[in-house]
Every structure is written in structure tokens, then in C-alpha cells.
Design a protein around this ligand. Structure first.
Ligand code: GDP
Length: 413
């Protein structure tokens, strides 16, 4: 493991996204995550991930699968934003872990299989995310596969998940001939040539113009129906500018009033950049989500907003034992903790020292000197704090509310 010493880079909170990737097993969560890390990280070399030499490996099994992507959280950067990707298991047998991950993320990308559409397990994870009020966008993956069809997948999203899909792309080509998408917001085409690192942008192809215009009208109508400012513009101009569409899509995503749907083939590396653009444009920052609640030692209910100057409040959401010792993953909701700082485990009534603070990236851990509101970091030094523990300032104890109880999960064969 390569560990570097850095001063923590301060990211304005509006430029931070704590996201999970929700998916049915096999829908392509791993491949999508891997492609995101590759696309966002100059340091991450595709291909090398398979030989297990460059990744932050916690154990041999993880190493054999190129496991950084299975670390509880991995940081990457895109378009001036830091994205923390939080691992969420794709199998119902891990409902508790999904529940824990949903607690610490602010938004999610739901990956669906372009052939199978919404599968039973995607539905149960979807319901869990509903209960937590997690804003989502959708990525219909595997459009290169035989039998893949965006429209069919979108219908299954609408019927099974009972959401209004807001489809922002039109695929160019089908199955093996799937080469790119028309971006219906900006009305441009993005085409990924075989083996190319990224897309070539161009006008909407003539043969797709009519269909793209029809679909853009449908999108604008669906958006205007749900968004008053967009409706006003639509009534005046019978269309919506790209800027109005983007603003409205952001509001609808954050309010859960519609689901932005993108598509691609993670395996063929097609569609990753627009997915990242949509994630930073539409999904919320820590400032856009409700403050956490908890009780003080006197039993009073308090909220703690995502303010680095507020009393420190964090949740331990995963503990890994690694070669380097016990690594605890924290979501910091409020305040700031310095390396070497002493915090209180509010439930256990015990103090703990945070000896090191690490940010996990695709191919390394970066040591930082502090973690502040909104951050997701791994820390070394906690001796007893368990998963689910609230860590807080010693002079301002607060015990975070326990997660909502998960519905009983029925296993689907
Ligand atoms: P996970 O279980 O959701 O993490 O899914 P994986 O990312 O491991 O993918 C499951 C299988 O689908 C693997 O064999 C992948 O290579 C394959 N796969 C993932 N994305 C795509 C895609 O876009 N197109 C095709 N044809 N196969 C894909």
C-alpha cells in the first residue's frame, strides 16, 4: 500500500458528492465503479487492476478481484468535484449493510441491466433507498448486449418502481452496434469509438434528428408538468432551454419527483462521462440534505447541520481489520476532527483517539490532517468503537438516531 502525506485539500461542500452505486448482482456495479475510477483518476490504470499490484488491497480475495472498488468508500475527482463512492452490497442477504451505507450517502446511482430491466433485488434495495429518502439517478447498463433495449428497461423502471423516468439520452445504434448517445438536454451526440479513451462530440445525426426532437419534447413536457418555473417557460416558448432543463432536473432529482435516466455500456466504457456529469449536476451535496438528528446526554433532540465549525459529529459505518490494523470508516456530519484528536463514543461513553486519517483512492491511501463536515474518511486508532457508533466532540455529546428498521427481506431465488 502506498501512503502519501498531504495537507487535506479543502473542497467547498457544494463540490462534494457522497454517492453509492445501487444495483442488482450482475447488473454491472463493479464494472461501472471500475470505469468511473479509471476515468476520474490519472493514477488508476485499467488493466493493472486485474493483476492486483496497484490497488489498495485489504486481503487476498479482494486483491484477486482488484478490490479498491470494494473498499467501504473510495474518493475520486470529476469536474472540480470530489466524489466519495460508498460501497453498497447488491445482494439482499446484505440488507443490513445496504441500510448502513444508505445512512451515510447523500445520493445514489442505480444501475440496471439493459436486458433484464428491474430485477427483484433491485426493487428491494430501491425501497430501502426510498425509506431513507436518498435522491437517485439511473444508469441503464449493458446496452451493447443482445436483447438490450432502453425503452423496455425504462418501462420496467416506471412500472415496477413507480417513478417517473426522465430519459435524457437516446442511444445511437443497438446491441453490438451501440456506439453512443444523443444528449437530449444539450442536443448533441457523444460517440465512443472502439478502444477510444473518451467520446467525440458532434451534432445529432440526421437520421436520429426527428426521433431526438420528439423525445426532447416528451422530456420537456414531463419536466414542465412537475416543475413550476419550467412550466412557465414551457408555456411561453413551447420548449425549455438546456439550462432550464438542467436546473429543473436537479430540483426534481433532489425532491424525488422524477428519475433522470442515462444509458451506456460500462464494459465498453461508453456513457461513463455523461453519467459523472449528471451525478455532480443533479445529485445533492452534503449541504443539500437534511441535518442529522440525535439526542444529547440530557435526552434533548438536536440537529447538527453540515458545518465544519459545529461540534464534531460522525458515524462509524464500517470497520475493516487490515494488515495495517483496524481501519474504521467515518461519515463526518458536522464539525472537524484533527489527526490525533480525541473524540467521544457517545453510546459507549468512552473516549477514543483518532491517530491517523486516510482518504482511500483508487490506487492508494492519502493521509490527511483533518476531516470535516461532509467528509467520508477511513481512520486508524479507534480501539473499540463499533459499526453504528456515534463519535462526537467530548464537550458536546450527541447520540445519532439509530437507523430506521429494515423491512423483513424476502429472498428471491
Ligand atoms: P455486479 O455484480 O453488479 O458488480 O456486476 P459486474 O460489474 O461484476 O458485472 C457482471 C457481469 O456483467 C460481468 O461479467 C461483466 O463483465 C458484465 N458486464 C458489466 N457491464 C457490462 C456491459 O456494459 N456490457 C456487457 N456486455 N457486459 C457487462
Amino acid at each position: 500500500m502506498r501512503t502519501e502525506l498531504h495537507r487535506s485539500v479543502s473542497h467547498p461542500l457544494t463540490r462534494l458528492r457522497n454517492l453509492g452505486i445501487l444495483a442488482h448482482v450482475d447488473a454491472g456495479k463493479t464494472t461501472t465503479t471500475e470505469r468511473i475510477l479509471y476515468r476520474t483518476g490519472a493514477t488508476y490504470k485499467r488493466g493493472e487492476v486485474h493483476d492486483g499490484t496497484t490497488v489498495t488491497d485489504f486481503d487476498a480475495q479482494e486483491r484477486s478481484r482488484g478490490i479498491t472498488i470494494f473498499a467501504a468508500a473510495v474518493s475520486c475527482e470529476w469536474a472540480g468535484h470530489r466524489i466519495n463512492l460508498i460501497d453498497t452490497p447488491g445482494h439482499v442477504d446484505f440488507a443490513d449493510e445496504v441500510e448502513r451505507a444508505l445512512r451515510v450517502l447523500d445520493g445514489a446511482i442505480a444501475v440496471f441491466d439493459g436486458v433484464a430491466g428491474v430485477e427483484p433485488q433491485s426493487e428491494s434495495v430501491w425501497r430501502q433507498a426510498d425509506r431513507h429518502g436518498v435522491p437517485r439517478i439511473a444508469f441503464v447498463n449493458k446496452l451493447d448486449r443482445a436483447g438490450a433495449d432502453l425503452d423496455t428497461a425504462v418501462r420496467s423502471i416506471r412500472d415496477k418502481l413507480r417513478v417517473t423516468p426522465l430519459v435524457v439520452q437516446l442511444p445511437i445504434g443497438q446491441e453490438e452496434g451501440f456506439t453512443g448517445v444523443v444528449d437530449l438536454v444539450a442536443m448533441r451526440s457523444l460517440v465512443w469509438a472502439d478502444g477510444a479513451e473518451t467520446f467525440v462530440e458532434g451534432p445529432v445525426p440526421d437520421e436520429l434528428r426527428e426521433e431526438a426532437e420528439r423525445r426532447r419534447r416528451l422530456l420537456a413536457e414531463a419536466v414542465a408538468e412537475r416543475h413550476p418555473a419550467a412550466l412557465e417557460e414551457y408555456c411561453e416558448r413551447s420548449t425549455l432551454t438546456a439550462e432550464t432543463l438542467r436546473h429543473a432536473l436537479r430540483d426534481l432529482t433532489r425532491d424525488g419527483d422524477g428519475l433522470v435516466v442515462l444509458c451506456g455500456s460500462a464494459y465498453k466504457n461508453r456513457g461513463i462521462e455523461p453519467l459523472l456529469d449528471a451525478a455532480v449536476a443533479y445529485l445533492p451535496s452534503p449541504l443539500d440534505v437534511p441535518a442529522v438528528r440525535g439526542s444529547t446526554s440530557g435526552g434533548e433532540q438536536r440537529e447538527r447541520a453540515a458545518d465544519p465549525a459545529a461540534p464534531f459529529t460522525a458515524l462509524v459505518f464500517k470497520v475493516n481489520s487490515t494488515g495495517t490494523g483496524r481501519l474504521s470508516y467515518l461519515r463526518v456530519y458536522a464539525g472537524t476532527v484533527q489527526k490525533g484528536g480525541v473524540v467521544l463514543d457517545a453510546g459507549a461513553g468512552r473516549t477514543e483517539r483518532i491517530s491517523r486519517i486516510l482518504r482511500v483512492q483508487a490506487d492508494r491511501h492519502t493521509e490527511v490532517d483533518r476531516a470535516a463536515a461532509g467528509d467520508i474518511v477511513a481512520v486508524v486508532g479507534l480501539k473499540a468503537a463499533r459499526v453504528g457508533a456515534t463519535l462526537c466532540a467530548t464537550d458536546a455529546p450527541l447520540l445519532l438516531e439509530p437507523p430506521t428498521a429494515a423491512d423483513p427481506v424476502v429472498s428471491v431465488a
